[in-house]
Write a protein that binds this ligand. Structure first.
Ligand SMILES: *Cc1c(COP(=O)(O)O)cnc(C)c1O
Length: 383
């Protein structure tokens, strides 16, 4: 499988040929339990929380695509991330990016602290700052790159190297890139987590999460939590995920090319204060992004100066969906100060660079020239 490039691999992996009947798509095994031959002989599967052939097909496909030996599917991205975090114990400490996904922050801040698992923040754009935040009880460094919504880029290889030098685990949330654009394990990370709700499934029709690793000991711990806590992905949703995954490469080729064109165009518009897209040379993380990822991805943010301008612009847009989430066939425009980052105070929003005029765009599969024309007419409405 390693001889093939990713687009070929993706098609091969998502079409594993059911050994029973040769069906191209993995059958949906709707069963909670599996009958066993006798007292002394047991099949591979016994109870569906512990394992199901459909889920296993999805886990194998995603693991191979990410370059991992082991993969696990969960009911949501947060179930996947929380399950990884539940492998830590009372007294452990994690260093995390200040720009970590809001749900991850909520679990770390409001649940894990109750179990005496603590964390500190560091600027993950600065490897020295991350190293300085390591304490004697630190067990892991938690990376998310590019970050939401300012698209800050973390040097995965540099942070993983620091983790190795201090005998820590490095965890990378790869949701914004997907394994088609970026493979953190190949850059030295120990564990990759995903919200498969986004680009991996790609059609805004399911929630799913994934965890991948090459380390057999970590894999054992993750599987233990998956089976014990039980936030597993259903067969039906795994089937949908595999169906979405088939087009990952074509979707991302199209969406990231359109994102580059739209972001470059926006950079030259008089109403636009700044564009944050790691695929543009003006972005401070551009060099690292070029080095560690295939391109800048399908998500960018841009600032049009004020909340009043945002109100006018969003009301005038005709093509994009105004909503939370990303990685869909439709272009999605969201307003982080009132959506993903609504819990932050005005002071914290300012500190994080989430300015009142900031909009995030996840570029879909529409004709990019139609998108540019729509953004143009909406910008022209701003007084
Ligand atoms: C959406 C998202 C999550 C959470 O995933 P869910 O599937 O919504 O639970 C985690 N990390 C990132 C970067 C996300 O965008």
């Amino acid at each position: 499988m390693n001889d093939f490039s990713d687009p070929t691999k993706i098609i091969k992996l998502t079409t594993p040929h059911d050994p029973e009947n040769g069906a191209l798509n993995t059958p949906i095994y709707m069963t909670s339990t599996f009958s066993q031959p006798d007292l002394d002989h047991f099949h591979e599967f016994d109870y569906a929380r512990s394992g199901n052939p459909t889920r296993q097909a999805g886990e194998k496909a995603l693991a191979q695509l990410e370059g991992a030996e082991y993969g696990y599917l969960f009911s949501t991205g947060m179930a996947a991330i929380s399950s990884v975090l539940l492998t830590f114990s009372a007294g452990d400490h994690l260093v995390i990016s200040g720009h970590v996904y809001g749900g991850t922050y909520r679990v770390l801040n409001e649940i894990l602290t109750r179990f005496n698992i603590s964390h500190s923040y560091a600027d993950f754009c600065d490897p020295d700052a991350v190293e300085a935040a390591i304490k004697p009880n630190t067990k892991a460094l938690y990376i998310e790159t590019p970050s939401n919504p300012t698209l800050d880029v973390t040097d995965i290889a540099a942070i993983s190297k620091i983790a190795k030098a201090h005998h820590l685990i490095s965890i990378a949330d790869n949701t914004f890139m997907s394994p088609y654009l970026q493979k953190p394990l190949s850059l030295g990370a120990d564990i990759v987590v995903h919200s498969a709700t986004k680009f991996l499934s790609g059609h805004s029709d399911l929630l799913a999460g994934a965890v991948m690793t090459n380390d057999p000991e970590l894999a054992k711990q993750i599987y233990f939590v998956q089976n014990a806590v039980g936030a597993t992905l259903s067969s039906f949703d795994t089937w949908l995920l595999l169906r979405g995954l088939k087009t990952l490469a074509v979707r991302l080729d199209r969406s990231s090319a359109s994102a580059l064109k739209l972001a470059s165009w926006l950079e030259n518009q008089p109403q636009v204060v700044r564009v944050l897209y790691p695929g543009l040379p003006s972005h401070p993380g551009y060099e690292i992004q070029q080095k560690q990822a295939k391109n800048g991805g399908a998500v960018f943010s841009f600032d049009i100066g004020s909340e009043a301008a945002v109100r006018t612009f969003v009301a005038a847009l005709k093509i994009p969906i105004f909503s939370v989430s990303l990685g869909a066939t439709e272009t999605i425009v969201s307003y982080p100060p009132k959506m993903s980052h609504a819990e932050l105070s005005a002071a914290d929003l300012k500190k994080e660079g989430i300015t009142p005029g900031l909009l995030r765009v996840s570029v879909g599969l529409e004709d990019v020239d139609d998108l540019i024309a729509d953004f143009k007419q909406a910008l022209q409405q701003i007084k």
